[in-house]
Write a protein that binds this ligand. Structure first.
Ligand SMILES: [Zn+2]
Length: 123
């Protein structure tokens, strides 16, 4: 099942896209021939911060970057132990990295007790 709006793939049993509130379809209409059929993703960064994710989304959406957050809708919200990983279309990774390099994000590199993960820390 696929969301016709955001193109997210859902497992059987889902009827609505939780993001777009639209009904899922069995197959996405073929917009392009074979080009966008398969997208290879590469991990760009990992973060614990929901505000980072919101910021990244707005930037990547505005630039038309193909991406998704791996683990965003898993048990991550319950345990906060694992970072959500930002996966970007391999062809666009360099551009995405360029876009976000100046942002003040709290990339999670030190684990859940990394102080940068929590609140803004004075530098
Ligand atoms: Zn959707």
């Amino acid at each position: 099942m696929f969301c016709p709006v955001c193109k997210t793939e859902y497992r059987a049993g889902f009827a609505m896209c939780s993001d777009c509130n639209v009904q899922l379809v069995n197959e996405l209409p073929a917009e392009t021939e074979t080009e966008s059929e398969y997208v290879e993703y590469e991990e760009l960064l990992a973060t614990h911060s929901p505000s980072d994710r919101a910021l990244l989304k707005s930037i990547l959406d505005a630039e038309g970057i193909t991406y998704f957050f791996q683990g965003e809708y898993s048990t991550i919200y319950l345990f906060q132990a694992l970072p959500v990983r930002l996966m970007v279309n391999k062809d666009q990774v360099a551009r995405a990295a360029e876009l976000i390099k100046d942002l003040d994000l709290s990339f999670s590199l030190g684990g859940p007790d990394n102080p940068a993960v929590n609140e803004d820390v004075d530098k």
